[in-house]
Design a protein around this ligand. Structure first.
Ligand code: B4P
Length: 191
């Protein structure tokens, strides 16, 4: 089994790079952002709870994220492995992921950190905001998302550095260049 997590600030390119990884490695894709937007679109209780939090640029609670992840993992028991996009985003979520992997007699192979200058991520998200229709792709909310990332998410990198499974990628480069860097990392993992 190959289990990977993609990490980085908002607009780092996690969703963008996930597309080729899923195709090439046939992994079960778990994007907590996509799962939340689906719940909101369907008007579920969970979606209603998350909607205003996302629109304000804050992280939703760990409890909500756990419910979403467990639901998805349970419905994909025979997967070749998992690609986590945007999860974990807090220390608590990192511990929860450890537990989930143990339950599956597995472990996370690597956490790929898309390292991107924050002024560049702002430009990318504002550009995407012109057509995405996403409530959180505007300047005020992007600032709040970056603040949340710096305070709650970025520190989690230390957990994975200590475990020895942190892999850094220069996410400032073009989409194809970043894909090439990730391919090199995954080639090593598959050896
Ligand atoms: P997400 O949906 O995860 O979204 P994202 O941060 O916008 O990121 P991503 O990095 O995937 O950006 P993309 O590839 O699209 O989160 C949304 C919200 O949901 C969070 O703020 C939070 O409220 C909530 N949430 C989600 N998960 C959570 C969790 N685990 N815990 C708590 N709350 C959670 O790239 C952006 C743009 O840049 C695209 O237009 C793309 O085309 C462009 N781009 C990407 N790479 C590029 C490159 N190399 N060069 C040029 N352009 C590039």
């Amino acid at each position: 089994m190959l289990n990977i997590a993609l990490f980085g600030p908002p607009g780092a390119g996690k969703g963008t790079q996930s597309e080729f990884i899923i195709k090439e490695y046939n992994l079960c894709y778990i994007s907590t952002g996509d799962l939340l937007r689906k719940e909101i679109a369907e008007g579920t209780r969970l979606g209603q709870e998350a909607e205003s939090i996302i629109a304000a640029g804050q992280l939703v609670s760990d409890e909500i994220i756990v419910q979403l992840i467990e639901k998805t993992i349970v419905t994909n028991p025979y997967s070749h492995g998992f690609l986590f996009d945007g999860f974990p985003r807090t220390y608590m979520q990192a511990y929860i992921l450890e537990g989930l992997m143990i339950q599956h007699n597995s472990s996370l192979n690597c956490l790929i950190n898309l390292d991107v200058d924050q002024d560049l991520t702002v430009r990318r998200l504002l550009e995407r905001g012109k057509s995405s229709g996403r409530s959180d792709d505007n300047e005020t909310v992007i600032k709040k998302r970056l603040q949340e990332y710096n305070e709650k998410t970025h520190p989690v990198l230390e957990f994975y550095r200590e475990k020895g499974i942190l892999r850094n990628v220069d996410g400032n480069k073009s989409i194809d260049d970043v894909t090439g860097q990730i391919k090199d990392i995954l080639k090593e993992e598959m050896k």
